[in-house]
Design a protein around this ligand. Structure first.
Ligand code: NAI
Ligand code: MG
Length: 361
């Protein structure tokens, strides 16, 4: 039976970048990959259509899919909505929660061709290849109770709850240890165990898991130090595992080391291997509709989909090689362009990657 892929383009540059990424899926299908591709609106696009960011029918189609490819959601036209449940981002949070996508993999790889695009010195970043494993369905973004209140005297307060159950910590820990086993065998767990009880538990569980993965060297770091180390000496890391909020922040910082957030894919997996794949960046309203967006993060997300949800590591490798070949040829969207390279549009970048992919076959 064909594997089902649901494409959710979303808002801003979402439709432009998913269009190019989808072409890689089509190219794989031409080579015999048995997939059926379906598409639906999400986020602001769905709010404009039906008033909610995620239609019940779209959630059902996402559940039935083997993998979901998402562009990005959000934009200034929906920012005035104070009801969080009606904002575009809510569609994404519900999808992650409902599909149980607790394991977020965010690689930060600096392509050798892009060393000059990084904000750090070449000797600090060249050869950078780290994997951030972020817990995605728990922690302070989901903890109850939460809210905003006004006291009788008129003063306001807000609160969120930072909570993790041990099973949530253990399952993300296992994903991270297994990832480290496949890579450089070093795992750094990031917490704030000097201040927050919930992360003291986090540290204990990681230590409890460690003997099962004797070939992996486990270390611990406080999140403030980890932020500093990421920009001071990022190559000291192999795999980083951390909670939802710390992972959100650290992975964006790691993103910039690689030159452009337009290069970074991500995977979010559940316990049965079903996954949602999306670029790390947002909907980039400032460049939407101009054909300037870099589609490579979304194209590389397709490669992650092939590897983690479709068991097609060789096709995944071919896409990654095609991206490398196009960069070797000097083709660059605006975000990664510098002197001596050739400026191309979103669609031209897509054309080039598809051509390189076919050539490698
Ligand atoms: P952003 O990632 O959309 O943009 C930040 C900067 O990076 C902008 O200057 C943008 O032009 C540039 N950029 C991003 N992706 C690019 C690409 N593929 N090619 C070239 N340049 C690119 O983050 P920002 O501006 O904070 O948020 C914009 C909107 O996106 C907001 O509504 C936000 O809520 C939403 N957002 C959605 C996310 C998602 O759907 N997963 C994640 C982050 C933000
Ligand atoms: Mg973020």
């Amino acid at each position: 039976m064909s594997k089902k892929i649901l494409v959710l383009p979303g808002d801003g540059i979402g439709p432009e970048i998913t269009r190019e990424a989808r072409r890689l899926l089509e190219a794989c299908r031409h080579e015999g990959l048995d997939i059926a591709i379906d598409e639906a609106p999400v986020g602001g696009a769905e709010i404009d259509r039906s008033g909610v960011p995620l239609a019940a029918d779209t959630l059902e189609r996402a559940r039935a899919a083997d993998a979901v490819l998402l562009g990005a959601v959000g934009g200034p036209q929906w920012d005035s909505m104070s009801d969080i449940s009606k904002r575009p981002e809510k569609g994404l949070l519900v999808l992650r929660k409902e599909l149980g996508l607790f394991g977020n993999l965010r690689p930060a790889i600096l392509y050798p061709q892009l060393v000059a695009a990084s904000s750090l010195k070449p000797e600090v970043v060249s050869g950078l290849d780290i994997m951030i494993v972020r817990e995605l369905t728990g922690g302070i973004y989901f903890g109850q109770p939460r809210g905003r209140e006004t006291r009788d005297d008129g003063s306001r307060y807000g609160y969120n709850t930072y909570v993790y159950d041990e099973h949530e910590i253990r399952r993300i820990g296992r994903v991270a240890f297994e990832m480290a086993q496949k890579r450089g065998k070093r795992l750094c767990s990031v917490d704030k165990a000097n201040v927050l009880e919930v992360t003291m538990l986090w540290r204990d569980i990681m230590n409890e898991l460690a003997p099962e993965y004797a070939d992996v060297e486990l270390s611990h770091m406080y999140v403030d130090n980890a932020a500093m180390q990421l920009v001071r000496a990022p190559k000291q890391f192999d795999v980083i595992v951390t909670g939802n909020m710390f992972g959100d922040i650290l992975s964006d910082a790691a993103a910039m080391l690689t030159g452009s957030i337009g290069m970074l894919p991500s995977a979010s997996l559940n316990e049965s291997g079903q996954g949602m794949y999306e670029p790390c960046h947002g909907s980039a309203p400032d460049i939407a509709g101009q054909g300037q967006a870099n589609p490579l993060a979304t194209i590389l997300s397709v490669a992650m989909m092939l590897r983690y949800s479709l068991d097609e590591a060789s096709l995944a490798g071919r896409i990654e090689q095609a991206v490398g070949a196009v960069l070797d040829d000097g083709l660059r969207t605006a975000d990664i362009a510098y002197e001596g390279t050739t400026r191309v549009s979103t669609a031209e970048m897509g054309d080039a990657v598809v051509a390189a992919f076919k050539k490698a076959g």
